[in-house]
Each structure stands twice: as C-alpha cells, then as structure tokens.
Write a protein that binds this ligand. Structure first.
Ligand code: ASP
Length: 352
C-alpha cells in the first residue's frame, strides 16, 4: 500500500533531465522512508525539501522573484487527521515546507505569513540561504523589461501589466504510508512579478493542498483561480466517492470547463496514485509497489495534453509506460532544456 507521488509544476514549459533527476531523487527518498516503516509526513516533507533545494524547480532555492525582485515563498502540509500547517510570503527559510511542518507541530495556528513567518523560522533555527539564482534573476529582468515595454500580459490584468511569466516549477508531494496514513504538501515561489505580499494557493489549505482520511492532493498552476474554486478540497471530496483516478479526472473536467490551467497529483487511502493537468506540460514521478517511474510531458511535444485524459495510472498516465525511469512524453519530444531559465517556453506567454 505505501506509495508516493511528486510533481514539479504544471504550465507551459519544457521539463528535461534536471526535472527528471530531481523528481527521481525526491520520490526515491520518500520511498526509502515509507519502505522502512516511516511516516507519510516524513516522506512528503523530505521529498519536497529535495525539490526545494534544486534550482530547476521554482520553490525554495531558485524561487521566482516578485515585482520588487524579492523572494516570497508559500508552502503547506496536511495530514489525513486534518493536522495542517502553512507559511505564506516567507523568505527566511531555505525549505519553506519544513517551516510549514513546524507551524503544524509547534504552534496552535494553521498559517503564518510574512515577517511573522520569517521570525518563526528563525526562532525554530531553520537554515536560511540566499535563494536567488542567476537564472531567476535573468527571468525576472526579462519579464520586467517586457512589462515596461507595455507588452501584453495575461495573468494579473487588474494589477497592471505585472506578470508575463509564471516561472513554472512549483513542487508538491502526496504519500500513503504502511499504516495507511496520508500526507500532502506543496511549495512554491509563486509567479514571477507577483505583487509583494501576494499569497497563492500553495499556502491556502483546501486550495493548493488538502488531505483527509480518504485521500490527499497537491495542486499547481495559477493560484488565483485555484483558490477561487478551492480545487484541492474539491478533489479530495470527489475522490472519496469514486477513487483517486476518477476523482481527479472529474476535477480536471471542471477545471477545463472554467478554463483553469492547473495540474494536480493525489493519492487515495489504499495507495492508488493519480495525476492530471489542463496545461500543456507537467512533470511528476511516482513510486508504487516499489517501482519508480518519472514522467515529463513537454510543451513542445505534439499532443501535449497527456493523451487526453491526463489521469495518472502508475503505468505512465500519458503515452509513456512507466517501466523504471523512462521519460514520459506526448510524442513530439523536441528540445528539452530543463535548466531553470528555460521555464515557461521562453517567449511564449502561457495561456490562462
Ligand atoms: N500555484 C502557484 C501559485 O500561484 C504557482 C504554480 O503552481 O506554478 O503561487
């Protein structure tokens, strides 16, 4: 029954070898914990921390920069008994997921934000580091220039032409352990050029992360519509009746009908894993029945919709068969870059 799934973000981008290597390391670390009788909570936190440490992902080290060129990250964790913790707009922790876990375990609160979250991280003696990478600074500068040139932007029209690039690469993980406990977590730097103080779904329980005794999920995509429709909670509610695969497919159908571009991974209490996305691309990996599989669906692929259904069967979801570490892609391949700065299909503004 133990199983783990992790994602490296959904959007318009071209995940490559570095995404694959990171996801592989993350789910393998989570799996060793589960295999030796460890908890789903430990597995999810360690898997996410590994992804946060890899700059190719847009969480922790390598987070996107906000309008002022600063890093403000969101993260959350939830267990099947509804224990939960989250941080929003945090910058003083190298691993926001660990701060979220400590909010859950060491405070009476669910969500700490901004300076309070930073103070808490410092009080907990969580390691911090300079989280800016050259790749993200370059992405930020390019986006800022486009904004100044008055180029079309789609994500935040009301707040002025702010964001021209999502900085895809939010991470998340969901695991079920041998005792049948479920944990889900999500971590992100949020979209490039977001307004300072903007909080997204990854910090909001029920929007980006949710778990209860029936299952758990982690979402990715533009946070605002995900929060509006409370998609993580919706997915867990639906999967309670029909199982993870059908539950996630139902939520994807809903998201498509509302033109919400997002991705989601989930697990139900019996260890069945599922994933899906309405965007062009997503990267994810699983270990189930001791078998590791990683999958990258690329924006530059032919049919980049994950074979229509996009619902993960542990055998590969889209068009790839998950035997070992084969890269799943929707034929068309194209050039995989995978080095941080190629995220979000360079010049192309992802549809929202
Ligand atoms: N959901 C994240 C946010 O809006 C971004 C992402 O998943 O790529 O903050």
């Amino acid at each position: 029954m133990p199983a783990i799934i992790a994602h490296g973000g959904a959007g318009a981008y071209s995940p490559g070898e570095e995404h694959e290597a990171g996801l592989k390391e993350a789910v393998s670390a989570g799996w060793s914990i589960l295999e030796s009788g460890g908890s789903a909570l430990d597995a999810v936190v360690e898997a996410i921390a590994i992804l946060e440490d890899r700059p190719v992902f847009q969480a922790g080290y390598g987070s996107a920069l906000n309008l002022k060129g600063e890093i403000e990250m969101d993260a959350s964790i939830m267990l099947d008994d509804l224990s939960t913790g989250a941080v929003a707009s945090i910058s003083a922790a190298a691993n926001p997921i660990r701060a979220a876990r400590l909010v859950m375990e060491r405070t009476d609160h669910v969500l700490l934000a901004g300076e309070g979250a930073d103070e808490f991280a410092r009080a907990m003696k969580l390691p911090s580091r300079d989280l800016r990478t050259e790749a993200r600074v370059a992405l930020y500068e390019k986006a800022l220039e486009r904004m100044r040139n008055g180029e079309d932007v789609k994500f935040f029209p009301k707040t002025g032409d702010l964001a021209v690039d999502m900085g895809v690469g939010t991470v998340g993980a969901v695991a079920v352990d041998a005792a049948g406990r479920i944990a889900a977590g999500t971590s992100t730097g949020g979209p490039t050029l977001k307004l300072p103080g903007r909080v997204g779904d990854a910090a909001v329980i029920g929007a980006g992360t949710y778990a209860n005794e029936n299952g758990g999920v982690s979402a990715t995509g533009l946070g605002e519509p995900i929060m509006r429709y409370v998609l993580a909670k919706m997915a867990v509610d639906v999967l309670a009746g029909v199982g993870a695969r059908e539950g996630i497919e139902t939520v994807l159908e809903f998201a498509r009908s509302k033109e919400v571009r997002f991705g989601i991974i989930g697990a139900e209490e019996n260890g069945t894993l599922a994933h899906g996305f309405t965007t062009d691309a997503m990267s994810w990996a699983t270990v189930s029945d001791g078998e590791l599989a990683t999958f990258l669906t690329r924006s530059d692929g032919g049919d980049a919709r994950g074979d229509g259904d996009g619902v993960g069967k542990n055998d590969g979801g889209g068009s790839a068969k998950g035997d070992g570490d084969e890269i799943g892609r929707c034929d068309g391949g194209g050039s995989a870059k995978g080095d941080g700065d190629e995220i979000a299909a360079s010049e192309e503004v992802p549809e929202r």
